[in-house]
Design a protein around this ligand. Structure first.
Ligand code: FAD
Ligand code: EPU
Length: 356
């Protein structure tokens, strides 16, 4: 195992903000993970498992051990009705999606180009273009950090929700995801309900039809839309949508709709999910800058490291956005991006309270 002391994390998270950790280590197998957690020198240090760091903001120098999940391997088994993919947690998600479409295993195409590792995908139940991980997830294998056994959790027991799962709640810090199991039904149906995919409907058809559309067509279209809309972290630091799309009560929505007739929102059970990008955009914040951090000039839900931003710049920008949106719409945005402090996970409220 390679171990680096006092390592720079710039290349290990997609905001690419310089920040250090006490130790950086790569884990290639479950035994590596066990050895790291049982290392007597590190027992008292906090530990953080990282995939590609594409949903992370390090708000301070991290005083613990950062463990890069590099567990590799994938196997496919086939039944009459489905392909079952077993994927090690350190495999790259976008590469998996591309490979599966090339192999003819349809079902992951809407989730193309979401950066990160496969083992991170269940944590916030990654989703895009009308599909979420929960639609294809069969099970999640985890290393239990109390007894160091590997256990299999059914998809149902993962309690998936919108950008949510048991791994962000009861099991946070208690397990490491070592592998995921995906079930891709052979009776595949194209999912082109999400706005930009509707254009895939075959030209000339009077009614909405998915006939003749392949998984590869959807894959190509999703890649094209994402490349147009979202900044590439290789070129400009960012962590995708910074905030979640807020879910508000119907009466609250009706009040806002009366005042702002163009508000963009979608039904979510008996509530409404509002487009946070629209809210931020309407506050005229596209391009708004604090230090080196900026609201992306084309997609207001994405905050970027435009010019050597510090973590504080991003935090201050996020606080300004949240205040502006609250004042105008009485909606308190929650950040999707995970904040890691010196010793433990933190959040915007805690950081602002600590400053007072
Ligand atoms: P990391 O950022 O490394 O980790 C995220 C969290 O999971 C951390 O708390 C970490 O400690 C924990 N963790 C990581 N691995 C493990 C493990 N094996 N076991 C236990 N805990 C672990 N997300 C979407 O849902 N939809 C999108 O469309 C989308 N688009 C994006 C576009 C861009 C340009 C970017 C930069 C991000 C986007 N995201 C999107 C967010 C991000 O891609 C996902 O959250 C992704 O799953 C993060 O994977 P990661 O490996 O980088 O996780
Ligand atoms: N909008 C604006 N101005 C903006 C940005 C968006 O008016 O600056 C409006 C758009 O016109 C559209 C609506 O807001 O009507 C929604 O925008 P978009 O389709 O781009 O999706 P989003 O809500 O911004 C969500 C996810 C993305 C995911 C896309 C596609 C969240 C928090 N974000 O973004 O996920 O890729 O839908 O499904 O749910 C991520 O989680 O990191 C992420 C990128």
């Amino acid at each position: 195992m390679q171990i680096k002391a006092n390592a720079d994390l710039s290349h290990y998270h997609t905001f690419s903000i310089p920040q250090t950790c006490a130790y950086l280590v790569k884990a290639h197998c479950v035994d590596d993970l066990k050895a790291i957690y049982q290392n007597p020198d590190w027992v008292s240090l906090p530990k953080l498992v990282l995939g590609r760091g594409s949903n992370m903001l390090f708000t301070q120098a991290y005083q613990g051990v950062v463990i890069l999940n590099r567990l590799q391997g994938k196997t496919v088994t086939e039944t009459d009705t489905a392909w079952h993919l077993h994927i090690a947690g350190g495999e790259d998600w976008p590469s998996l999606v591309k490979w599966s479409v090339e192999q003819g295993y349809a079902g992951l195409e809407n989730l193309a180009l979401i950066p990160g590792c496969c083992g991170s995908a269940p944590i916030q139940n990654i989703g895009a273009y009308g599909t979420e991980l929960q639609d294809v997830c069969e099970y999640v294998d985890v290393l239990d950090l109390e007894d160091f056994t590997v256990q299999r959790l059914s998809a149902e027991s993962c309690q998936f929700g919108y950008r949510d799962s048991i791994f962000k709640r009861e099991l946070q810090g208690k397990v490491i995801i070592t592998a995921i199991g995906l079930k891709l039904n052979k009776a595949w149906q194209a999912n082109i309900e999400y706005g930009p995919l509707r254009a895939l409907t075959i030209k000339g058809e009077q009614h909405h039809s998915t006939a003749g559309i392949s998984a590869n067509d959807i894959f190509q279209r999703v890649c094209q839309v994402r490349i147009e809309k979202l900044p590439d972290p290789e070129k400009v630091g960012n962590a995708g949508s910074f905030f979640k799309n807020p879910i508000i009560s119907m009466p609250h929505f009706e009040r806002l709709k009366a005042q702002f007739p163009n508000i963009v929102a979608y039904p979510a059970d008996d509530q409404m999910k509002v487009a946070a990008g629209w809210l931020i955009d309407q506050c005229q914040l596209k391009g708004f800058t604090v230090g080196g951090a900026q609201v992306h000039p084309k997609q207001a839900l994405v905050l970027i490291n435009a010019n050597q931003a510090s973590a504080d710049d991003v935090v201050n920008l996020a606080a300004h956005i949240r205040d502006s949106v609250y004042q105008r719409y009485q909606i308190k945005l929650e950040h999707e991006v995970r904040f890691m402090g010196a010793l433990a996970e933190t959040n915007l409220d805690t950081i602002l309270e600590q400053r007072q």
